[in-house]
Design a protein around this ligand. Sequence first.
Ligand SMILES: *[C@@H]1O[C@H](CO)[C@@H](O)[C@H](O)[C@H]1NC(C)=O
Ligand SMILES: *[C@@H]1O[C@H](CO)[C@@H](O)[C@H](O)[C@H]1NC(C)=O
Length: 167
Amino acid sequence: LKRKLLLFIYFHSLTVRSEDETIQSPKPTVEDARSWAISFEKVMKSAAGRSCFRQFLRTEFSEENMMFWLACEELKKETNKTVVEEKVRQIYEDFISILSPKEVSLDSRVREVINRNMLEPTSHTFDDAQQQIYTLMQRDSYPRFINSSAYTDLMKNLEEPPPPAEP
Ligand SMILES: *[C@@H]1O[C@H](CO)[C@@H](O)[C@H](O)[C@H]1NC(C)=O
Ligand SMILES: *[C@@H]1O[C@H](CO)[C@@H](O)[C@H](O)[C@H]1NC(C)=O
């Protein structure tokens, strides 16, 4: 009975976790994950790093910073003028508008640049803003991320995988 109960708890926790997992994160190699402690750039250049950092930001209620940064990356790849204008409008509505719950924190200089750029939207309309949010995440959230259980537990698991669960 005890064994069944433990299995139930184990699978139940797995289900809950996978439902919460809106982002499917690729499993990083030990070397990759270890490099994240060296610099923020290493985190952002790794798909698994961005995913893990994003999940940490969610716990700090600042996930919109990463969402905005990723949306800007997508925008910069777009060449179709119609699609660019549509994406610019959507990004503005989601992350720049003061009416949005996902508004990112930008200074007035950058806001002025955006408002000027909005007259003629391009795939680089948000470049200054994207840089400012990158720097914000680097200075503010990144040091806490490296010190967080989100990161240290992951490192522990990668370095010494837990033994198979045996009740
Ligand atoms: C650009 O995108 C629009 C909307 O998706 C599409 O209708 C149009 O054909 C595209 N133009 C080019 C040049 O690909
Ligand atoms: C890292 O975490 C430990 C324990 O959680 C805490 O005592 C320490 O102040 C933290 N350091 C930084 C730089 O946040």
